[in-house]
Design a protein around this ligand. Sequence first.
Ligand code: SF4
Length: 351
Amino acid sequence: MFHDDQKLIQDKVSFALLDWYASHKRLLPWRDPQGMPTDPYRVWVSEIMLQQTTVSTVRGYFERFVSRWPTVHHLADAALDDVLHEWQGLGYYSRARNLHKWARVIIKKFDGVFPTAEEDLLSLPGVGPYTAAAIQSIAFNYPSTVVDGNVERVIARLFSLKAPLPQAKSEIHKLATQIRSEVQPSNYAQALMDLGSSVCVPKSPKCDICPLEKFCSAKNKNPEAFPVRQEKKEKPTRHGIFYFIQDRKGRIFLEKRSLSGGLLSGLMALPSEGWDSGNDDPAVRLKLKNIKPFPQKVRHVFTHFSLVAEVRYAESAIVDGLWVFPEELQDYALPTLMKKILKLALQEIAG
Ligand code: SF4
């Protein structure tokens, strides 16, 4: 691709893409149906909601949010608790807190007028280079390079990039900037994102109907192979022992893990040893007796390692500490690993 004059190709790509977009754009509640640059407040709310969340989930939340707080002034006046409540179910609550904080900064620092300069946008809570570029181009029709996951895929395929992600990110950004349209930046940015989400999809891209097909160097080379992904290193495996300790009343012993950082910090857990540096020797500390291993093991995957957990039944004569009946376990903040271990142990003792 791009052996001809760079500017000529850039114009052809823009023309083909914008022409396709005119009849294929997705109708989304935060977009102007006529393709005009959109209210920056709506762009901003949608972009923050779309971080880590799919378009189909965001639609309903977005509509409820902007009908309750239609402008940045309304949002700045809102109580944070109400904003968090409206956010319920979307997850990643720091986004809601940042939106609320940002609304107040816009009112206080920028007199209620959305800033357009990149450095001002980047100074706002929760705004990174992608969100700043999206607001600049979609809301203000400013030629910024907007690269989300969809655009990354389109560019990697157009140029058959050999470098794997994430190392290829800066090259992708450079190439996306080179082919960027200066004519209709807002539409162009959204067109490229839409192309990635509906045509140049991860599996079985629809090259036969793609407006960029004649410019694409991956088209006849198994496009699914792009972007190249770095081979995942196999995770190391750790082994740990977890004690399911019961008293005569059938209560189970729980303890809170250390608050000084580390895995599952501050969460309720069964005493354990051998799998992370914070463990001590529960058998001695809790005067355990009648220790018997359950035949089955529990497997759990953390970000950096896999864990094989041996679960041991034990009894203890100690009375201090937190003893919980099985039916009360749901009242405690138990991490998934502990829930898996408790489930196995309760099944085993039920016979
Ligand atoms: S031709 Fe195929 S691989 Fe290339 S950009 Fe279009 S859909 Fe993606």
